[in-house]
Design a binder for this molecule. Structure first.
Ligand SMILES: Nc1ncnc2c1ncn2[C@@H]1O[C@H](COP(=O)(O)OP(=O)(O)OP(=O)(O)O)[C@@H](O)[C@H]1O
Ligand SMILES: [Mg+2]
Length: 248
């Protein structure tokens, strides 16, 4: 396991946002972290990348717990945040130069990393244009590029397709499949069941801060399917587990 979240727990005042959440990622594997709005997905991702401090629990990289903000193991992790983290007035290139500088990469390494990331997300020909001229989908793709500059082995993607047109969504899916083939371990947060069904090797469903299911699609099929070969959707698995519809 390249990444392990062990019994992560977080309260905000009286609200338990994340309740003993555990899961693990292997290299080249995509785990879909699914759950309705407010389930605790972003809080979980934030604890894995270290922007939120857990009340209890641990995050391990290659079996070793991350010890504080300055631990070099943190550099193995990249984050593509749910809230776009981009400067509208700056060009795509300048945005990536800014984020790259935060990782203190040598100039030539950063230059190559920016070229590679822009090519991967299909924005190389828009590198000099201000981000404010970009569509929602292009901004999402640039947000993804920004998470890749330090070549992390583990990438956390928090709702990377929210508000994008179908064409950009497919482009993002292709990018993600490329990253998977390169052996990256991916945690993909979404509340779109069909995205998880398409991309994920394993599915972790969280509801009200708790993991209610952690299995492969085949395993879920076995557990919730009718046994007649017809496919069971994650939607119906969620309904069977909670008595509620996932969509709100
Ligand atoms: N900084 C905070 N202070 C107080 N409450 C918070 C904070 N961050 C999150 N919460 C609460 O914790 C719960 C989980 O929020 P979180 O953002 O992790 O959910 P989510 O699954 O990412 O939802 P969404 O699908 O809407 O992105 C929610 O009830 C939310 O209101
Ligand atoms: Mg969220």
């Amino acid at each position: 396991m390249i990444l392990e979240a062990r019994a992560l727990h977080k309260k905000f005042g009286a609200l338990t946002a994340v309740d003993e959440v555990s899961f693990a990622l292997r290299p080249g594997e995509l785990v879909g972290l699914l759950g309705p709005n407010g389930a605790g997905k972003t809080t979980t991702v934030s604890m894995v990348c270290g922007t939120v401090t857990p009340d209890r629990g641990a995050v391990l990289v290659d079996g070793e717990p991350i010890a504080g903000d300055t631990d070099v193991k943190k550099r193995r992790i990249g984050i593509v945040p749910q809230e776009l983290a981009l400067y509208d007035e700056l060009s795509a290139m300048a945005n990536l130069q800014f984020f790259g500088a935060l990782y203190a990469l040598p100039k030539s390494v950063l230059r190559n990393a920016i070229d590679d990331a822009l090519t991967l997300v299909g924005l190389a020909d828009r590198a000099r244009d201000a981000v404010r001229t970009f569509s929602g989908g292009m901004k999402r793709r640039l947000n993804l590029a920004a998470g890749l500059l330090h070549d992390p082995d583990i990438l956390l993607l928090d709702e990377p397709t929210v508000g994008v047109d179908p064409q950009s969504r497919n482009a993002i899916f292709d990018n993600i499949e490329t990253l998977k083939r390169r052996g990256k371990a991916l945690l993909y947060t979404t509340h779109y069941m069909e995205e998880a069904e398409r991309l994920a090797d394993r599915i972790v469903i969280i509801d009200r801060g708790r993991v209610i299911l952690d299995d492969t699609l085949a395993g879920i099929e076995q557990q919730f399917g009718r046994g007649d070969g017809s496919r069971v959707s994650l939607e119906s698995a969620f309904l069977a587990l909670t008595g509620r519809e996932l969509r709100d």
